[in-house]
Write a protein that binds this ligand. Structure first.
Ligand code: TMP
Ligand code: ASP
Length: 237
């Protein structure tokens, strides 16, 4: 597989074409962004840590029967993935109240949500990723009902697999965001799964081990991501 031209530059990753129409190369950069790109910094090692962390998680999800775009690690900062046609909607599963849910509903941070909730957000930085509902997704044609139901089913399945995995490292999976796309007509998990797109708390101390450290200026961001990886057995070197 040969890496070709740059197709797209996101806030933390860049996407390259390859000599094969069905595959892309994703480059994980050190850029770290929050608040829809309003806060951006370079954090040493973050690209490498997220690339390797994501490859580890995607492998676990694939082993559990979830279709994923990840094919293989190519280098410290690059992975080979299937080329998906992305659905412009973010799927968020929450096990505990945090972040925008706390702000929106005035509930206490850390309240356990039984059963877990599922929310949809339109991927649009200029609009601040507004929350949308299933009718919006269907009416605006972002996804069909069948695709939406599959995304929901897979999101909850990811939750079951990862809740257990993080529990093994004495962590709570508070919430997370997934992005899906279509590969030859099938819904496949794309983007990444890393501490950039989820919330993880230490089970005993509730120490934040995810991007909230960056959002809230708590420091030790990449160190926390590496600690999460070490607790799960991810190898970073
Ligand atoms: P929220 O509390 O800000 O709505 O976010 C819920 C979870 O989804 C949290 O783990 C962060 C993640 N997320 C992203 O990674 N990117 C996004 O654009 C959004 C809306 C959420
Ligand atoms: N990843 C998004 C951004 O960079 C949202 C966030 O994590 O706060 O703005």
């Amino acid at each position: 597989m040969e890496k070709r031209e740059l197709l797209y530059t996101g806030k933390a990753k860049s996407v390259y074409a390859t000599d094969d129409a069905d595959h892309l190369v994703i480059l994980f950069r050190n850029d770290t962004s929050a608040f829809d790109g309003k806060k951006v910094e370079q954090l040493d090692r973050k690209g490498m840590v997220n690339n390797k962390f994501n490859a580890f998680i995607m492998e676990k999800l694939a082993a559990a029967g979830i279709p994923v775009h990840q094919e293989k690690l190519l280098s410290d900062n690059e992975s080979l993935v299937k080329r998906l046609t992305m659905i412009p909607v973010e799927c968020v599963v929450r096990n505990f109240a945090a972040g925008s849910l706390v702000r929106r509903l005035g509930v206490e941070e850390g309240k356990e949500l039984l059963p877990p909730t599922f929310e949809l957000f339109l991927k649009n930085d200029a609009l601040g990723d507004p929350m949308v509902n299933e009718y919006h997704v269907r009416s605006f044609g972002w996804a069909t009902d069948e695709q939406l139901q599959r995304m929901k089913e897979l999101s909850f399945k990811v939750n079951e697999v990862l809740k257990q995995l993080f529990d093994g490292g004495n962590m709570l999976l508070v919430d997370f965001k997934l992005e899906f796309g279509l590969f030859h007509g099938d819904i496949v998990l794309g983007d990444e799964f890393s501490p950039d797109g989820c919330r993880l708390w230490d089970k005993d101390t509730r120490k934040k081990l995810d991007k909230d450290r960056f959002r809230q200026g708590l420091g030790g961001v990449v160190e926390a991501y590496e600690e999460v990886g070490h607790r799960l057995g991810v190898k970073f070197d």
